[in-house]
Each structure stands twice: as C-alpha cells, then as structure tokens.
Design a protein around this ligand. Structure first.
Ligand code: TRP
Length: 453
C-alpha cells in the first residue's frame, strides 16, 4: 500500500522521462564548470580516480537510497524523514537538506546567469561589437550578474510552475542529447588546435602525490554535487516515481551518464585551457596553481570559439552556451523543486505561489552573490562540500537504522523482481551500512582534525 501518497503531487509520464529528468538534474554546471577545474586543480587523473570511487562507493548507494525513500513515502525530504516513526531529530535533517539546496541554488543561479550572458558575448563578438561582447563577458560586473540572475531565476520558476511531467520532463528530453552532440563536436575541434595534447596529458596522467585527505574531501563534495545527492532532490524525484521503475538500474544509468558527461567535459575544457595558454593566456600562476578556477571555463572556451572560422565559431559558441544554460536549467529546477515541494506538502500552498515565494527568496541571496563573487567559494564549501556529504551520511543512517535495509529491499523489489537473491540485493545493503557512511565519516573526521590541529 502507498503511504499517504497525495493525488495531486504529479508523476513522471514514462520511465525514460524519469531517467532523463534525473540525469538532467545530475548533469549541469557541476560537470562542465566545477569538475574540470577541480581536476585541473588537484592533480589530473589522481582526482578522477578518487572521484570515480566516491561516485560508486558512496554516491550510487545513496542515490538508490534516496530514490527508494522518496518512492516509498511519496513525500518531499522533510516529510520523508519523519516517516517510519523516525525520531523527531530527522526533521532537522530534512530541513538542513532544504537549506543546503536553497543556498546552493543561490550561487548556482549566478553561474547559470553567466552561461546565459555568454550566449550574448559570443553573438556580439562575432558581430564585431567588442564593447558589448566585453560587457556580456565581464564576470565581475555586478549589475550584469544581477540582471542575468534575475532572468535565470524566472526561467527556473517558469518551469517549476509547469509541474512535474509537463515542465521538467519535456524540457529535459530535448536538451540532453543536444548537449552531448555539441560536446563531442567541440572535443573533435579542440584536438585540431596547438597545445591540446599537452592538456590531454595533464588530464589523464595521474599525479599520485596529490592524493591527500583534502583531495578526498573535495572529490566527495564534488560527487555529491554532481550526482545531486545529499539534500533530498532524489527523494523528491523518487516521490514522483511509479512502482514499475527499476530503481537500481535507473540510478546506475544516471550515475554513468553523469560521469560520462563530466569526463567528456574535462576532455574539452582542460585541453582548451592549454590551447588558451599557447595563445598567450596565463592559466597557471608561478606556483603552478590554477588562476581563479571559478572563472576558468568562461575564459578557456570563448578563446576556442573565437579562433574558429567566424560562422562556425558563432554557431558553436552560441549553441554551446545555450545548451550549457539549458543543462544548468534542468539542474536549477531540481534544486528549486525541493523547497517548493516541501512548502506544497507541509503548508498546502499552491504550486505557483510556492514557486514564486521560494524563488524570490533564493534570488535575493543570489543578488548578494552577484556583487560578491567570493561568496561562491564560501557557500560551496559550507553547503556543498560539508553540507551534502553530511546529508548523505544521515540518509544512510536513516535508511539503515530507521527504515531498515530489509524493508528498503522490499520496496526496491518493485520493478526489480527477485532483488533479494541478486548481486545487487547482497551488495547494496552492505554498502549503505558499512561503506558509504564510514567513508564519509573518515573524510569528515580527517578534515576536522586537520582544521583544528
Ligand atoms: N548536479 C547538478 C550539477 O552537477 C547540480 C544540482 C542539481 C544539485 N540538484 C542538486 C547539487 C541537488 C546538489 C544537490 O550541476
């Protein structure tokens, strides 16, 4: 029997629709903006290795947990954490997740605004209007950042008010394949340029001396961010899922899709950095550290587009930033959906009203960030690198000690017959119990220890 599943919450219209929406949530600026600069900052393939481990040993088991909790309870995170007779304390966990989503969206929205403003940067560059191109391309211009944050938030609210299947799902179905196509095309192009192979080596040659606990901490935070875990996005998306969906399989597809797009983005952006370097742009400081990794993508890529044949450059530049904006949009909607569904569920407010109220509240924080970009690093450390793994830790505790893995397996059996005797059915309970929370615990302990030492 369904647990208090209210009728008007909406549902995904198809299995593919759900996978695309979840992949759309996962794939975003985390893959194309954050991942490449973290790899470049942290020793290339050494980071990739730890990152992949974090995705499979910590991320994937928690993704399955979130989806199962969401489908079973049919609620947003706050309500879900108060199900199964959980101690009241877990309500705070739900609220913490909602707060993390709120704060992450506030800076994400500013970066998403950049992707949109770069569509215009490209147009005016190729139209020969350098002044306007520079204006749209100026990441430090507070007024411009504010304008684009406002535009982006309205786009996000617009889709959220459209509801689950109509809004989120339709938008994603078109955007994701197009994004993959332009990525592949740009990778092919970048390797025709001088310096690209140097970038490739930098990307895939591991520097194992860089593997430290700090690297683990960053890779873990990045895995949670990129897979959209730890704050209840996938609990919420799971609550719109029907009983026929095979959750372990869907989660696997989403993890693989997310990893693949990140890997491809690295294959484009790190070589593009080195191409920029060989055309005179400084990307590393004297100590060999990246200069301002938050703005990296926005410096390296236009350099590439501008070096193309003008028509091709215009076409690729506009298309790329447009698609990147859309990838960001399928992520911002998943971030906004969590607090919105919380307000709908708990305060019985109409979807539209909830979306505007929460959207404007987040926007007000965004505007502060638009003028103070250094808040991005601060917020992402607190709410992403610390907040999300902490949330993930609590999710596994909730699953193991409150709901219990046996009950979760019964839920997961819907859509995956005979899960008990399957390889997954043996491995996953072990992972959520012993591997994921323990790894998160060790990384946290070490990080705190190194801070107070
Ligand atoms: N995963 C998205 C990205 O990589 C960002 C995102 C969307 C997110 N929803 C989330 C991050 C929930 C953390 C939690 O761009």
């Amino acid at each position: 029997m369904e647990l208090n599943k209210s009728d008007n919450r909406g549902n995904w219209s198809s299995k593919l629709g759900f996978i695309l929406a979840a992949a759309g949530s996962a794939i975003g600026l985390g893959n194309i903006w954050a991942y490449p600069s973290k790899v470049a900052d942290n020793g290339g393939a050494a980071f990739i290795l730890i990152y992949v481990l974090c995705c499979f040993l910590v991320g994937y088991p928690i993704m399955v947990s979130e989806l199962a909790i969401g489908r079973k309870t049919g609620k947003s995170p706050f309500g879900a954490f108060r199900s199964f007779g959980a101690p009241k304390f877990f309500g705070i966990v739900g609220l913490w997740g909602i707060l993390c989503g709120f704060m992450i969206l506030s800076f994400y929205n500013v970066v998403a605004g950049w992707t949109l403003s770069y569509v215009f940067e490209e147009i005016f560059f190729f139209a020969g209007n350098a002044d306007l191109a520079n204006w749209f391309g100026d990441l430090g211009n507070g007024h411009k950042n504010a304008v684009f944050s406002i535009i982006f938030m309205f786009l996000t609210i617009g889709i959220i008010t459209g509801g689950v299947a109509e809004g989120i799902e339709k938008a994603t179905k078109i955007m994701m394949p197009a994004l993959l196509a332009i990525l592949l095309f740009m990778i092919a192009f970048v390797f025709t340029q001088d310096g690209a192979s140097e970038g490739l080596i930098y990307y895939i040659k591991p520097d194992f001396s860089k593997i430290t606990f700090d690297l683990f901490f960053k890779a873990m935070g990045q895995a949670f961010f990129s897979l959209s875990l730890g704050m209840g996005t996938l609990i919420t998306y799971g609550s719109y899922l029907n009983k026929k969906a095979n959750i372990p399989q869907a989660a696997f597809y989403v993890t693989m899709a997310d990893l693949s797009i990140a890997f491809l983005a690295g294959l484009l952006i790190i070589p593009a950095m080195f191409v920029a370097q060989s055309s005179g742009v400084t990307i590393f400081d004297e100590a060999g550290n990246l200069i301002a990794s938050t703005t990296l993508v926005f410096n390296a890529l236009p350099n590439l587009f501008h070096s193309m044949h003008p028509l091709l450059g215009l076409f690729s530049g506009v298309l790329f930033f447009l698609l990147l904006s859309m990838a960001a949009l399928t992520s911002t909607i998943s971030l906004l959906e969590v607090p919105v569904s919380y307000v709908i569920d708990e305060f019985k407010v109409k979807r539209k009203v909830a979306a505007y109220i929460i959207g404007f509240a987040i926007l007000s924080v965004s505007l502060a960030i638009a003028y103070n970009l250094n808040l991005i690093d601060l917020f992402s450390t607190i709410f992403n690198d610390i907040g999300l793994p902490l949330g993930g830790f609590m999710i596994s505790i909730f699953l193991v000690y409150v709901w219990k893995t046996n009950n979760a397996l019964i839920e997961l059996n819907n859509g995956y017959d005979g899960i008990d005797s399957s390889f997954f059915g043996k491995l996953w309970p072990f992972m959520v119990k012993y591997i994921s929370p323990v790894l998160i615990g060790i990384v946290f302990f070490q990080t705190i220890y190194s801070l107070i030492r």
